[in-house]
Design a protein around this ligand. Structure first.
Ligand code: 5GP
Length: 213
């Protein structure tokens, strides 16, 4: 399992696309969300777009391996069935999810997973990137910036922290780290870069039961 995280706008989705095109045995875990579909998105490809009622019902039925109310009244979560779908196809899973969700997955699968944090260079750069992306209004951008500041402080709980200073370099480094990890039968022991601190503690986990490991 590869867990890619970082603040919204850090570039992790672009990096996850790079990973998917370079490593054919990787499959993206498609999350559920209650947010509205954007113009450039497709249901069941970018997300499973569902209503809040459907999302809450899935929580009650314990169908998520992790979920978060990432923004007020906006829920995001990874279905257990999604993990089985990918494993049953004999492929490795790539998660592109928020920081808390990543830490929770890492905690559930400490030896099967590698977690990578894409660090933003500065809040100003992130602000301009989000404005240019043009997917959120200014109020929502402000909320995302506030959240990014908090998320950067949790980066030390990841196996690797990579500052996204140069796109080309960052993408190359991530692909190498992931290839190395997968070639070592999922043991963490990647050389060439300094891992961050070892094991994550509990981070506001809202899920009780562990998915079978
Ligand atoms: P966006 O609305 O920009 O697609 O995503 C907002 C944030 O939610 C991003 O940081 C994204 O990585 C995160 N996210 C997407 N799917 C999941 C998920 O299944 N679980 C969690 N915890 N976060 C997710």
């Amino acid at each position: 399992m590869i867990i890619l995280s970082g603040p919204s706008g850090s570039g992790k989705t672009t990096i996850s696309k790079e990973l998917l095109s370079n490593i054919p045995k990787l499959d993206l875990s498609i999350s559920c969300t209650t947010r509205r579909m954007r113009n450039n998105e497709q249901d069941k490809k970018d997300y499973y777009f569902i209503s809040e009622k459907q999302f809450l019902s899935k929580i009650n039925k314990n169908q998520f391996v992790e979920w978060e109310e990432v923004y007020k009244n906006l829920y995001y979560g990874t279905l257990k069935s999604e993990i089985y779908r990918i494993w049953n196809n004999n492929r490795h899973i790539l998660f592109d999810i928020d920081v808390k969700g990543s830490i929770n997955i890492k905690k559930k699968y400490p030896n099967k997973s590698l977690s990578i944090f894409i660090m933003i260079q500065s809040l100003n750069i992130l602000k301009y990137r989000l404005i240019n992306r043009n997917t959120e209004n200014f109020h929502k951008i402000k909320i995302r910036l506030k959240r990014a500041k908090k998320e950067n402080n949790l980066s030390c709980l990841f196996d690797f922290i990579l500052p996204n200073i140069n796109w080309y370099d960052t993408k190359k480094k991530v692909v190498n780290i992931v290839k190395n990890f997968l070639s070592k039968k999922n043991d963490i022991g990647v050389t060439g870069f300094e891992p961050a601190t070892a094991r994550p503690p509990d981070v506001n986990s809202n899920q009780s039961e562990l998915h079978p490991d």
